[in-house]
Design a protein around this ligand. Structure first.
Ligand SMILES: [Zn+2]
Length: 443
């Protein structure tokens, strides 16, 4: 029995695919307007773990992850950086290329489909037209909105009540929707900009894109829809409303949400300004150290990021690499791995809601035993390498790179010392220590 926590029921449920031996998996992808951060990295490592696990279980998995390459934030970025919002594809192209390199470095298997929204506008327009035909959406002065009233089950995924959501909600001046909870499927733009539709020129809203792409690539009913917990409302709730209104069938049978990455007790997000870019962290750490750090936490729990915890994870990861270094990766059958006591315990943790943290606990408890039993070590390495996706190559010890941000702190501390402001100098030293840097003053 294999279980996963399904947000729809709020419970751990036994996983069964809709079709025997086949699983369809959709994960919401990035909006390529800025570098991806380690919250994204954690999310995509979580779904990569799920993907690898399903493959190990013998499923043929079709994995689709989109790029939201048209969006307010992307247009704003193109306007501010390039002086022209219509040059947004240049920004998107650069960020997508960087993101794909980072996913490769983190050993995340590329999804079978990685569709870009801008390549699928006719598909999205057709989806919206059908929603209008069925009375679930309406046009209002060139915009199209989804009508929440037309879908009585609205709120079932995120456990929100429509009457509570309505409290205090008002249609703002200038908005063209009838009900404050209705959301945009199509946004009107001036004549000749973006795409031509039956409602005039415009561009799609965010939520409709995932509904349209998921149904096109994976079908009207999919096995697993995933994403970060921050996408649950309104994005995923709206996807459910759109897809189920159109087909009359349940959209995803499992909704899997990874817990958020927090920094200083707040969600890591661009809008809060407290993000750590994957690029910056990979200047100081090996990608496999970062992946190991994520896998030490259960995918479903929130995770508080700290450099000292990451450093601790690096030490453990190096220990693991040394222990399994001279061992060949096993090619045992699933049945064989389930018959050996230690690997059976490791797999039991994965069967129980993908508990990678528990699995690693079993490995570390048994490191001494593995030294004496090459065949067992080889079986353990097979699971850690193939399912957890850890490459297990010994990471060379390296000096940490000094980023411009760190250099600025060092300079500020030097200035404070020159002015004999010891309190300030000590405060900066503490800050640098927290960030994983050791400060040694020359005598
Ligand atoms: Zn989505």
């Amino acid at each position: 029995m294999v279980t996963l926590t399904n947000t729809l029921s709020g419970k751990k449920e036994t996983f069964r695919s809709l079709q025997p031996d086949r699983v369809t998996l959709y994960a919401c992808g990035i909006t390529p307007y800025d570098r991806a951060h380690i919250g994204h990295a954690r999310s995509y490592v979580s779904f990569d773990l799920l993907y690898r696990w399903l493959i190990f279980l013998g499923y043929d998995v079709t994995y689709c992850r989109n790029f939201t390459d048209i969006d307010d934030k992307l247009l704003k970025k193109a306007q501010s950086v390039l002086g022209d919002q219509m040059r947004y594809p240049e920004i998107a192209e650069k960020i997508i290329a960087q993101y794909q390199n980072e996913m490769k470095a983190l050993n995340c298997v590329s999804p079978y489909y990685e569709p870009r929204v801008t390549d699928h506008i006719p598909l999205i327009i057709t989806f919206i037209e059908k929603l209008i035909e069925k009375g679930h959406a309406y046009e209002s002065d060139g915009d199209v909105y989804f009508s929440i009233d037309s879908f009585p089950e609205y709120g079932k995924l995120s456990k929100q009540r429509v009457d509570e959501l309505c409290t205090g909600a008002r249609v703002q001046p200038g908005e063209k929707k009838y009900d404050p909870l209705d959301f945009a499927l199509w946004k009107k733009e001036s004549e000749g900009t973006f795409w031509k539709s039956p409602w005039g020129w415009g561009r799609p809203g965010w939520h409709i894109e995932c509904s349209a792409l998921a149904s096109y690539y994976l079908g009207d009913q999919i096995d697993i829809h995933g994403g970060g917990r921050d996408l649950l409302f309104p994005h995923h709730e709206n996807e459910v409303a759109q897809s189920e209104s159109l087909t009359g069938k349940p959209f995803a049978q499992f909704w899997i949400h990874n817990g958020l990455m927090r920094l200083d007790a707040e969600k890591m997000s661009k809008s809060l300004g407290n993000i750590i870019a994957i690029e910056d962290i990979l200047k100081q750490y090996d990608p496999m150290e970062l992946r190991f750090y994520f896998l030490q936490h259960h995918y479903h729990s929130p995770m508080e990021f700290s450099f000292s915890d990451l450093d601790g994870a690096c030490k453990s990861y190096r220990r693991l690499c040394r222990a399994l270094h001279d061992v060949a990766i096993g090619t045992f059958s699933k049945e064989h791995l389930e018959a050996l006591p230690i690997t059976a315990r490791m797999l039991a943790f994965l069967k129980d809601d993908l508990n990678s943290a528990g699995l690693l606990g079993v490995v570390f408890e048994n490191l001494d035993t593995l030294k004496e039993n090459q065949a067992l070590a080889s079986a353990v390495k097979q699971i850690v390498h193939n399912i957890l996706g850890l490459r297990l190559q010994i990471v060379p010890e390296k000096e940490q790179a000094i980023t411009p941000e760190i250099q600025k702190l060092i300079d500020e501390r030097e200035a404070a010392r020159a002015q004999k402001d010891w309190a300030r100098a000590d405060a900066i030293r503490d800050q640098l220590t927290q960030m994983g840097y050791e400060v040694r003053d020359r005598k």
